[in-house]
Design a protein around this ligand. Structure first.
Ligand code: SF4
Length: 544
């Protein structure tokens, strides 16, 4: 889960002034960099081009709001890591706004000289332009406030902070047509009489990633180009070995990594990278960049649907072959099962900042299960389910309920069993008095993914995936009751987690609807397993 970068909202000033039309149409052509844009541009400059020219193609559902919210929460918490700090705010104070510098050139002013033909275009762009103007105002405020605060450090009349550790959050800098806000900036003592700084980038990740170095390298470049002396660059990331006990301990929740050497190493490529990104993203025609690994890493690109559709126009979809069925392998798998059979599925949530004692950052905490029980082969299943109350630690109750509902010697079926086994062994470690029963459940789990992973049943409709969400529609293309798309509110595990975590913020009616949607979603997961198993048995019978 990446932290939401605040400079997404704070673009740099200096808009190019190519023509009278472009002087107002700066949401399209003029191009400024932020640290987020720089990192996106390194990953794929086409993202920036699409942002400017075809932002309507962005798949809003690909933007993981829970991940962004969690990142913002981590960012705020990290501010206290070094003790007291000064936050550079971006809220507007009107007295202060009146003192703002006047725009430096004509391009900073909104000049409207329109012909009738240009009006339609103008209206279309108005919303974007207002948003950008607001962002520019915020950026300018942060820049001037940062300058004022940091200038005090060296001012003979000011606080004379040279050599004194002082922490600033969201300090902002602009240079060479680029802008950045630094999560945490520390004035550090390097023995000289010039103010010297350490940049600290906060991430809700649990380790240093290559893209973090690019992010920090860009910040180092902007600060240096704006005349600030940077001595050190560090990453502050989540320590997933931390286990909460009582109040959050920031020193243990976070890990500080010195990245100065790697960041300096990257400086040699930085100007060339910026030039290349600007050239590709600034072209008139859509960059010819194909779908590839970069579209999913470090997280799925919001233009993937759009770019995949373009790709599919050239590559025809696979033809409709019947599924390949290896009845010997299927039979061998079916013989590992016994009755009564318990089809089990968990839903879990994860938090960067643990809410409960004995919870680690990003630990998968089970809050819900669905259980379909078949007493004998082909029998109508009984259904059991559990959904925790939001805001409480669900682990003890879920562990007790599992032990009450699943006998020690039962045969249990999961789809991708490492997930269910992992949660059960964590519950066993947490509750030693339930451990013998929980571990017998753990040891008796069989995995329904096996026939699909081993390609004992393989349909082109699965598109190469053995996941439940790929196998189910391939087996039952016309059964609306088995179609996740027909579910209310929640259609995948990520949405289930977001919905559960959002419960405390909903009104009673919304809570009721969301809880019903959670139950329906999890129930379909285990019903799907019952149906898939039935279908596998049919396949084997037909081939006899
Ligand atoms: S989907 Fe892939 S190719 Fe298309 S813009 Fe995103 S990263 Fe680039």
């Amino acid at each position: 889960m990446a932290k939401q970068n605040t400079d997404d909202k704070n673009e740099a000033k200096n808009e190019p002034n190519n023509s009278s039309l472009q002087s107002f149409n700066f949401s399209l052509l003029p191009f400024n960099l932020s640290k987020t844009r720089y990192c996106l541009g390194l990953r794929c400059p086409k993202i920036l081009w699409l942002d400017m020219h075809k932002s309507g193609e962005k798949d809003a559902s690909a933007v993981n709001q829970a991940r962004l919210d969690e990142g913002a929460k981590v960012g705020e918490l990290a501010r206290g890591y070094f003790g007291g700090y000064t936050l550079i705010p971006n809220t507007i104070c009107f007295d202060e706004e009146a003192e703002e510098e006047q725009p430096e050139n004509e391009a900073d002013q909104l000049t409207i000289q329109l012909s009738i033909e240009e009006v339609a275009q103008f209206l279309e762009d108005t919303e974007k332009r207002i948003k950008r103007l607001k962002e520019k105002a915020y950026s300018r405020l942060k820049l001037s406030r940062t300058k004022r605060l940091l200038d005090e450090i060296n001012s003979p009349m000011g606080r004379d902070l040279v050599g004194v550790n002082e922490t600033f959050c969201e300090a902002s800098f602009a240079a060479e047509d680029g802008f950045c806000s630094v999560d945490i900036l520390r004035a550090v003592d390097d023995g000289s009489n010039v103010a010297t700084y350490e940049i600290i980038e906060v991430k809700s990740a649990t380790s240093l990633k290559p893209e973090h170095l690019d992010d920090m390298a860009y910040q180092y470049h902007i600060l240096s180009a704006s005349g600030r002396k940077v001595k050190k660059v560090s990453l502050l990331h989540i320590n997933n070995q931390y286990e909460r006990m009582g109040e959050i301990d920031l020193q243990k929740l976070f890990t500080l990594v010195d990245c100065t050497k790697e960041v300096l190493e990257k400086q040699k490529d930085l100007s060339a990278n910026i030039k290349r990104i600007k050239e590709i993203a600034g072209t008139e025609t859509e960059p010819d960049i194909s779908i590839g690994k970069h579209c999913d890493s470090p997280y799925p690109c919001a233009y993937k649907q759009y770019c995949s559709a373009i790709k599919n126009q050239v590559t025809p979809p696979p033809n409709n072959q019947p599924p390949l069925v290896d009845s010997v392998k299927i039979k061998a798998f079916l013989e590992t099962l016994s009755y009564p059979l318990y089809h089990l599925d968990f839903e879990t949530f994860q938090e960067a900042v643990p809410s409960f004692n004995h919870q680690r950052p990003y630990q998968k905490i089970p809050f819900q299960y669905s259980l379909h029980i078949q007493q004998e082969e082909g029998a109508e299943p009984l259904h059991r389910e559990y959904l925790a109350q939001a805001g409480t630690d669900p682990r003890r109750e879920i562990a007790e309920r599992l032990c009450a509902e699943i006998p020690k010697d039962a045969c249990i079926l999961a789809y991708f069993m490492p997930f269910e086994k992992g949660r059960i062994s964590e519950l066993a470690a947490l509750f030693p008095n339930l451990a013998p029963h929980l571990m017998s459940i753990h040891d008796n789990i069989k995995d329904l993914i096996t026939p699909f992973k081993t390609q004992a049943w393989n349909s082109p409709e699965q598109e190469g995936s053995a996941s439940l969400k790929a196998v189910l529609p391939a087996m039952f293309p016309n059964e609306s009751g088995l179609d996740y798309r027909n579910l209310d509110l929640i259609q995948n595990g990520g949405e289930a987690m977001e919905a559960f975590l959002s419960l405390p913020n909903l009104n009673p009616e919304e809570q009721q609807r969301t809880r019903a949607a959670l139950l329906a979603y999890c129930r379909l997961d285990t019903l799907a397993m019952v149906k898939i198993l039935d279908k596998l048995r049919e396949e084997v019978k037909e081939k006899r």
